[in-house]
Write a protein that binds this ligand. Structure first.
Ligand code: ZN
Length: 242
């Protein structure tokens, strides 16, 4: 069984199409999206529809729930909040009902899938600092946990070691007894100074996890953001992957 696991599409249709194209040669049996289909980019409805068609499991992210009024946006910065308000105006009632129906966590035999973190997943904590990494490993009762949210792809190999993915691809074979927390990075708004979209492949038989990068049509994604009247910074940051 080979899973295609991706996250944080953020309404960037050009990036989502590039990632799905890259997956075509990977013999994927099942796709899982870890949330934040919308917010920031100019094609929230198109991305939502494509993710919905492609994935067997779709998990809600903070931007998805923010766009339907299901999570607090007071901690969002002004650009994120402007994007949430714009996105909410684009979504149909059917889109909103679909988002409201999504779970925030999926648990399988060998892995947990969640947008942000295992500790209070609806509080959208970031797994970045050593204490949060430690707390999440304490809560992890499966070999693997797949997350998104920070837009920084990496593999937490244990409480102390982390492997980053910026400007390269990684592949890991894991042994029985290993436990990993894998951040699959972001399709639509990478933030590790690498503008290429990030996506993950998990081969449950070979016990292998890969994180790969693919370029996409950034110019077109930027043009649409500006034409939509979204904050200019949301277009500019895509070039730098920040
Ligand atoms: Zn996100």
């Amino acid at each position: 069984m080979r899973y295609g696991i991706f996250s944080d599409v953020h309404g960037n249709l050009e990036a989502l199409k590039a990632v799905l194209k890259a997956y075509e040669t990977e013999n994927i049996d099942e796709y899982i999206c870890l949330g934040d289909m919308v917010g920031y980019g100019a094609n929230p409805r198109e991305c939502l529809a494509l993710v919905r068609d492609t994935c067997s499991h779709v998990i809600a992210g903070n931007h998805d729930f923010a766009a339907v009024g299901k999570t607090d946006v007071t901690y969002f910065n002004s650009n994120a909040r402007a994007a949430v308000e714009w996105t909410a105006r684009q979504l149909t009632e059917e889109d909103k009902a679909y988002i409201l129906s999504l779970d925030i966590m999926v648990v399988k035999t060998d892995a947990i899938f969640v947008h942000a973190s295992l500790d209070k997943p609806d509080k959208w904590n970031y797994i970045l600092d050593p204490i949060t990494v430690y707390k999440n490993f304490m809560l992890l009762d499966r070999p693997l946990c797949f997350i998104g949210h920070s837009h920084i792809p990496c593999v937490f190999l244990d409480e102390e070691r982390v492997e980053f993915v910026s400007r390269r691809e990684i592949s890991h074979t894991f042994k029985p007894g290993d436990r990993y927390i894998i951040n699959v990075g972001s399709v639509g708004q990478p933030r590790d100074n690498d503008p290429m979209s990030s996506f993950c492949i998990y081969d449950a038989v070979a016990r292998e996890i890969s994180i790969k990068r693919v370029p996409y049509d950034i110019d077109n994604a930027q043009r649409k953001i500006l034409e939509a009247g979204l904050p200019e910074i949301l277009a500019l940051r895509l070039v730098h992957g920040e």
